[in-house]
Design a binder for this molecule. Structure first.
Ligand code: COA
Length: 201
């Protein structure tokens, strides 16, 4: 598992231009031109997770979220209790999109989306979201919804590049009651607010 180039934490990101691996705390953003996204290695395969994939699902959630439970849109979701799509490179699972079917919201809710840093920038997230759109249409749902946090500029950028728009910002809902328990995310920014987005189909 690649570690951050500046500390011993697991890497979350791979810099597309240099190939550096980074944890959120040591990541920064910079404006660049469009050329980087034009050269892509071969696509990865996306399919629905099966019962036998439970172990790898838990491993992926633990690697990114350090937890098997995720809170978003005011509800809590467990990794093994929601369906998932997996992106694979041959036998290796390299990306996961877990989602909840929320008929009352006319939506599939992306509860967790993550791609191993070695495989980022190869269209795995794009492919998994496209497959989820197909599933939403099959189930007769009109929207995909997703929540990210205020510190996560890459997710906010990626979702908007993939056709989502912001619907609500829940200020302070992720902020702990005590300041000394504050969680610091991307570039050390305190994690405080939930940013909700949707993609209408
Ligand atoms: C966000 C994440 C899922 C993107 O996965 P990915 O497979 O690399 O994404 P794709 O290759 O399909 O690219 C989709 C878009 O993501 C953005 N993106 C992906 N990697 C990027 C990078 N290294 N730098 C900047 N933008 C990047 C781009 O906008 C890209 O579209 P574009 O090239 O047309 O602009 C991945 O970076 C990740 O797992 N991050 C850590 C976990 C996380 O934050 N998840 C979201 C929680 S809400």
């Amino acid at each position: 598992m690649p570690k951050c180039q500046y500390c011993s934490r697991p890497a979350w990101y791979r810099v597309r231009t240099s190939g550096e691996f980074l944890c959120p705390g040591h990541s920064r953003i910079e404006v660049r031109g469009t050329l980087c996204s034009s050269r892509r290695p071969p696509a990865l395969q996306v399919s629905a997770a099966r019962k036998a994939d439970e172990k790898v699902i838990l491993m992926m959630w633990d690697r990114f979220w350090d937890d098997d439970e995720m809170d978003c849109f005011g509800s809590s979701f467990k990794a093994t209790e929601v369906p998932a799509l997996l992106a694979r490179d041959g036998e290796r699972t390299v990306g996961i999109l877990s989602y909840a079917v929320q008929r009352e919201e006319d939506a599939l809710n992306i509860v967790s989306l993550s791609v191993l840093p070695e495989y980022q920038g190869r269209g795995a997230a794009r492919e998994m979201i496209a497959a989820l759109e197909d599933e939403a249409l099959r189930l007769g749902m009109g929207r995909l919804i997703v929540a990210t946090s205020n510190d996560n500029p890459l997710a906010l950028y990626a979702y908007q590049r993939l056709g989502f728009r912001i619907t609500s910002i829940q200020v302070g809902v992720i902020e702990p009651d005590r300041p000394d328990e504050a969680h610091h995310g991307f570039a050390g920014i305190p994690v405080r607010d939930e940013i909700q987005l949707e993609k209408r189909l």
